[in-house]
Design a protein around this ligand. Sequence first.
Ligand code: 13P
Ligand code: SF4
Length: 346
Amino acid sequence: MLPSSILLQRALKNSAGDLCHSLPEKQHELTDLIKSLLKKNNATLISHYYTSADVQRLTDESNGCISDSLEMARYGQDCDAELLIVAGVRFMGETAKILSPEKRVLMPDLNATCSLDTGCPIEEFTAFCDAHPDYTVVVYANTSAAVKARSDWVVTSSIALEVVEHLTALGKKIIWAPDKHLGHYIQQTTGAEMLMWNGSCIVHDEFKAHELEKLKNIYPDAAILVHPESPAAVVKLADFVGSTSALIKAAKTRSETTLIVATDKGIFYKMQQAVPDKILLEAPTGGTSATCKSCAMCPWMAMNDLQSIALTLMERSTDKEIFINESLRKKALYPLQRMLDFSASL
Ligand code: 13P
Ligand code: SF4
């Protein structure tokens, strides 16, 4: 095996030419190269649970952070690194930049978006909010910096219930955007008065309740764990509903030894590590005639791979950097920081 310093020299020597061709082909050499580039650039890798097992393994081995979107935001703010490599989707990189303007934030692919973000354009959202001035605007973290800036509160799925309960206790009426399924779940659980934006996650929207029931009939002793971006009929069948980190925690604490999990497949890497002796089954997204029965995989999360992470670190190009206009950043910071402070006070 070649020492990482030699791999680094070789890769960088060609950096004026085609960088792709200078990447080592063997996976362990590529990961060694990335680890030395991370060190050399005082950088840290922050990855979401939905990235591939390869990316998560590398994140673990380089002492980075693998987590849900709330913890990704916190970690980026608290760590000492000067450069954050965010392996996730664009709103996660933007959140990191809003919270840490002094750090450079690079993403392996800036085209990695999210259907919730693209389904909530700022102009229409502003008009919606302006039409209901007496409502408190609560937006999910899966939104653009501009939408966050128009909100009173930002929440992630791991803190949404608590924030809405808090606002309801204060007698507030709520505009909720963009995920209608998460909004519906929160409304049902808290009894809050909520006006809902009509957005959804293309991955969780695909879970099928009738197929899930069939699977449960085959495994009657299994517990069903569901992310709240799933449709109401799927949430109704759940033994536990929660954010990605809450699902992993539930996998540990539940007494059942078989778990059916309705969220992106990427979560199985960390979940199986947490419960090595349990059987984890993917909740179905397709019926009997479907070519793929369990296809819950976010196409944008999949844009993060080892090659693109290596290239991002080698080039450190502004083409892959998150920039946010300072006055917009300050406006978006307020509701975001409010969420982090609220979460710290719980
Ligand atoms: P979490 O906040 O639960 O990590 O969810 C983020 C996300 O994009 C889920 O689809
Ligand atoms: Fe967005 Fe869904 Fe992908 Fe999460 S899984 S990033 S909500 S499209």
